[in-house]
Design a protein around this ligand. Sequence first.
Ligand code: DC
Length: 229
Amino acid sequence: MGNKIIIAIDGHSSTGKSTVARRLAKELGYVYVDTGAMYRSVTLYAMQKDLIDKEHFDSHTLIQVLSEIQIRFEINKDSGRNEVVLNGKNVEREIRSLEVSSFVSQVAAISEVRTKLVEQQQEMGEEKGIVMDGRDIGTVVFPKAELKLFMTATAKDRAERRYKELVDRGDKVTYEEVLKNVVDRDHIDSTRKDSPLKKAEDAIVIDNSNLTLEGQFEKIFEIVNNAVK
Ligand code: DC
């Protein structure tokens, strides 16, 4: 179907970016890359090495050991989904905990971390035919992407969605702490110096606060079909 393009999807936490990106990639036969999973993997590594906890963050040492961190994706044969592998171990489940979520924005604010991951992301897009989601894909990673979407929804809607996901997988969390995490991450992600979350000028905004999943897909497919023609 048409020429292969790059689709960049940015937006606030828990706006359903990955659901949209994954489904688009499937429909188009494209590769899906979840860049949040890459920042979460670096965060998990920092936690494993005791470089970050509630009281401290040794960003200096993390920068020094960055070359020890290898991140790649592998397809889960059962679900067909791309899952993240940190230094040879599949960490797809571990990186989704609220604990990782509570530290990831601090780690993602470090320029050296961003430089490393952005380079890897740009390599993944060299052949196009890719849907990538994150915070800086349309602004920094692929400023020339043929299609850019910027997804948003109210913090309350997003926290409800995230809370349900965490409870469904058996995590013991409260709605209040999930809401706080969503609001805190929005703040850190949007105000950091390096590559803050912001809408690219040419991005199309999708506010899905009042859209059903199907309504949202219909709208997005129309936009994408026009872009790949
Ligand atoms: O999409 P996510 O919630 O899994 O992302 C986790 C964190 O990683 C998010 O709070 C900010 C950071 N991130 C980023 O800074 N740049 C990206 N391209 C993707 C994620």
